[in-house]
Design a protein around this ligand. Structure first.
Ligand code: NDP
Ligand code: BG6
Length: 513
């Protein structure tokens, strides 16, 4: 396959030309990066990819020679692409500075080529244009597949078959969903590997690019006070919570085929869990970290239906406003049973985590928007102060809250004496509130991940064996839910979700945070 790539569009030749398309002299040892956004007319490209590329450019993180190409079927000129992209760029990185000039410079590096995803001829035209921009430099090419998954393979196949050869690298970022179960995911991987080596495939899970998720390992492995406590001996339960205060607006068609378990749990929350629970890696090298993540995923029990609650939001009227039901979306079948909410208890059968429930909760159209990791510690044995806190042992335990978003923070709940005469305890927060502590804007997850892909850093991307292990945990459950046509518990739009989630947690003596 590598040979195929070396011969294909993915790795173009370094020519002997001494001027590039813009008339600049080219030193043959210089390199250039071409970033092609396949599906450039789409929602993700506009919302995330182009703004992230601009942010990287603004911060001086892109190489001196780079070109951005949009590729999609829609007809657009370069000027129209620039106009479309310019509407989504912001100066958020440094609000005091007017970044209009930088925006113009960035937009001048953006181009567009219209083509079909299954046309080798159209990709060959793109190849020709890329070569013109690359001049004689060493050509590195990054392709971002921001298209629906059913056309991934066509796009990769067509792009790779236009003949040429070269010595730069080629990488392909693939967006989720990576299949919808073990079989389809394995088939996708097999098909991709006809054209790409595993180390050229960058499977993106944007939650791994979030600041506080990246910080998880720092917090744990570089602070003596945490790592010794990171086990069943001290931790009572771990909660991974994702909630959105809006429904599937605009993405119902996609969502109905996947549901919340595939959309959020099997990837975003499970990835956080793996990072949280893995053993200490040998080093920070991508393969060492991913080896540990795979080990922990393979130590987990596949999910059991009895440990899962599913829900779907229904219409709700509040303050004179009618909030729609999931099935009110025109792209969703009226009788859809697809869960928009799920809660689950997961277990890791290894020495560190034996018996500790890892509770996941993910839902759309809930009362708030947040993503959090909550670690509830055991109670202090023989606590001298029990009578000062009352009999509610729950209240007396420590809790570490890692608030991934919004308003990033790390909070440690401790018991503290209420100042004054007498002895009364309350629970207070040791509070690391990012906005108060750090003045710099937190980069968007896509910025970090795009930069890593350009730099060849694979740590935050999903390896195929990780993906297999993740699907092995969820596939039997998903099949059972679908075959048995399990009816979700209906919850009002904007509520806290189905009450079943509380019963599930109570079975493991847990209260959701
Ligand atoms: P879109 O549905 O907007 O599709 C992107 C582009 O692909 C479209 O502009 C269209 O371009 C082309 N396209 C769409 N449908 C088809 C089709 N049936 N056949 C051929 N071409 C088609 O997707 P998004 O931008 O929302 O997402 C892109 C990828 O990223 C998907 O895999 C999605 O699951 C994933 N993703 C998206 C997120 C988001 O927030 N949007 C979040 C996380 C992942 P044209 O017609 O011009 O060719
Ligand atoms: C995507 C899901 O992967 O993540 C969406 O497909 C979800 O359904 C989104 O809304 C949430 O991402 P973020 O970064 O806004 O929390």
């Amino acid at each position: 396959p590598l040979k195929k790539l070396k011969d294909g569009l993915f790795s173009a030749p370094s020519s002997k030309e001494s001027k590039d398309i813009t008339g600049f002299n080219v030193n043959e040892n210089e390199s250039t990066v071409s970033i092609t956004v396949v599906g450039a007319s789409g929602d993700l490209a506009k919302k995330k990819i182009f703004p992230a590329l601009f942010a990287l450019y603004y911060e001086g993180c892109l190489p001196e020679h780079f070109t951005v190409y949009g590729y999609a079927r829609s007809k657009m000129t370069d000027a129209e692409l620039r106009d479309m992209v310019s509407k989504t760029l912001t100066c958020r990185i440094d609000k005091r500075e007017n970044c209009g000039e930088k925006m113009d410079q960035f937009l001048q590096r953006c181009f567009y080529h219209s083509g079909q995803y299954d046309s080798q001829e159209h990709f060959a035209e793109l190849d020709k244009k890329l070569k013109e921009h690359e001049g004689g430099r060493v050509p590195h090419r990054l392709f971002y597949l921001s298209i629906p998954p059913n056309i991934f393979i066509d796009a990769v196949r067509c792009a790779s078959s236009s003949a040429s050869s070269g010595n730069g690298w080629t990488r392909v970022i693939v967006e989720k969903p990576f299949g919808r179960d073990s079989e389809s995911s394995a088939a996708l991987t097999k098909a991709l590997k006809q054209y790409l080596e595993e180390d050229q495939i960058f499977r993106i899970d944007h939650y791994l690019g979030k600041e506080l998720v990246e910080n998880l390992s720092v917090l744990r492995f570089s602070n003596l006070i945490f790592e010794p406590l990171w086990s069943r001996q001290y931790i009572r339960n771990v909660q991974l919570i994702f909630s959105e205060d809006f429904g599937t607006e605009g993405r119902g068609g996609y969502f109905d085929n996947y549901g919340i378990i595939r959309d959020i749990m099997q990837n975003h929350l499970l990835q956080i869990l793996a990072l949280f629970a893995m053993e200490t890696p040998v080093s920070l090298d991508a393969e060492d970290i991913r080896n540990e993540k795979v080990k922990v995923l393979r130590s987990m029990r596949p999910l059991q239906l009895e440990n899962v609650v599913t829900g779907q939001y229904k219409s709700h009227v509040r303050g004179g406003i009618t909030y729609p039901a999931y099935t009110d979306d025109k792209t969703v079948p009226k009788d859809s049973l697809t869960p928009t909410f799920a809660a689950a208890a997961l277990f890791i059968d290894n020495a560190r985590w034996d018996g500790v429930p890892f509770l996941m909760k993910a839902g759309k159209a809930l009362h708030n928007k947040r993503a959090e990791i909550r670690v509830q510690f055991r109670h202090v044995p023989g606590n001298l102060y029990n009578r000062n806190i009352g009999t509610d042992l729950d209240r007396a335990t420590n809790e570490l809250v890692i608030r991934v978003q919004p308003d990033e923070a790390i909070l440690l709940k401790i018991n503290n004496k209420v100042p004054g005469l007498g002895m009364r305890l309350d629970r207070s927060n040791l509070n690391l509130h990012y906005a108060a502590r750090y003045s710099k804007e937190i980069p968007d997850a896509y910025e970090r991940l795009l930069l890593d892909a350009i730099e060849g850093e694979r740590r935050l991307f999903i390896r195929s064996d990780e993906l297999d292990a993740a699907w092995a945990l969820f596939t039997p459950l998903l099949k059972e839910i679908e075959e048995k046509k399990i009816i979700p518990e209906y919850y009002p739009y904007g509520s806290r979700g189905p009450v079943g989630a509380h019963y599930l947690a109570a079975r493991y003596k847990v209260r959701w945070g």
